[in-house]
Design a protein around this ligand. Structure first.
Ligand code: G1P
Length: 296
């Protein structure tokens, strides 16, 4: 299979239980990192990777996500009338970036099931997947690093980096052989392995380029780890059938799915932001000094 990747699926149907009670009314993907929701960074990465169609997998009670990417002409008009052109443009960008399709996942049966829910919206073409919890920071968009590999080799691909033992058991583990530079050939994989079961410390991290064959595979993939239909189990079959690339991506991945990592991610983005960066940096220095004094 070949062809340009135009569509991307963003599974964002999870309940966000680790971030309750904030996520009682706000989907976890809409929590902000400085001035934008997490989800907007993810959509921006997709758009910067050449994606024009975004397929969001949502669930009941998460209509705020559909709303976020819809037009709000009254708000834009109001801002323009107030002379706040730049703010109006920022609002406009949220819905103008791409075409959005929303697919509701009725039952929470796992990531593999969430991706399978996109089958009609994707149709018969290769597509990208970006997980709603994983924010990537780096110059060259991570999904683009995968679509580049797809264009060169015509094979599906997963984004990977080495993680420590504490994390590999929570993610997935890859068995790979060198191919060229940062691109490797995946030969096997498993989801949430024990340290004895892991193939390596290379984990799949939140970005994929897949072919529509995966839908037929996921349709009959039985529940795996945590009794959920695991995307990794489906990918393993795709790997053995048609091959798979592992791209050791450049850039840093941030997890936003639990309070501690979310706070760290927020702080990183606040430090890098042109507006909040200088003041926040000065505050952190003062705070660090204060903590040192307290300790001493
Ligand atoms: C998911 C995937 C896993 C991947 C991880 C990090 O796990 O199932 O293969 O390594 O994301 O991107 P989750 O964090 O949803 O348990």
């Amino acid at each position: 299979m070949s062809g340009k990747i135009r569509k991307a699926v963003i599974p964002a149907a999870g309940l966000g239980t680790r971030m309750l009670p904030a996520t009682k009314t706000i989907p976890k993907e809409l929590l902000p990192l400085v001035d934008r929701p997490i989800l907007q960074y993810i959509v921006e990465e997709a758009v910067a990777s050449g994606i024009t169609e975004i397929i969001l997998i949502t669930s009941a009670g998460k209509s705020a996500m559909d709303n976020y990417f819809r037009q709000k002409p009254e708000l834009e008009e109001k801002l323009r009338a107030m002379g706040r052109e730049a703010d109006a443009e920022r609002v406009r960008r949220t819905w103008e970036m791409a075409n959005f399709t929303f697919v509701q996942q009725d039952e929470q049966k796992g990531l593999g099931h969430a991706v399978w829910c996109a089958r009609d919206a994707v149709g018969d073409e290769p597509f990208g997947v970006l997980l709603g919890d994983d924010v990537m920071y780096g110059g060259y968009p991570v999904l683009r690093q995968l679509t580049d590999a797809w264009e060169e080799y015509g094979l599906p691909a997963v984004a990977t980096q080495a993680v420590d033992d504490e994390h590999i058991v929570k993610y997935s583990s890859l068995k790979m052989e060198p191919l060229k530079g940062r691109v490797m050939r995946v030969t096997d994989m498993n989801e949430k392995p024990t340290l004895e079961e892991k193939f390596s410390n290379y984990a799949i991290l939140g970005r994929y380029v897949l072919t529509p064959e995966i839908f037929e595979i996921l349709e009959r993939t039985p529940p795996g780890r945590n009794n959920e239909i695991q995307l990794t189990d489906g990918l393993r079959e795709l790997t053995l059938k048609s091959g798979m690339l592992g791209v050791e991506f450049e850039g840093r991945r941030y997890d936003t799915g639990n309070p501690c990592d979310y706070v760290e991610t927020f702080a990183e983005y606040a430090l890098r932001d042109a507006e909040t960066g200088p003041g926040f940096r000065a505050w952190i220095m003062r705070k660090a000094e204060e903590l040192r004094e307290e300790k001493g």
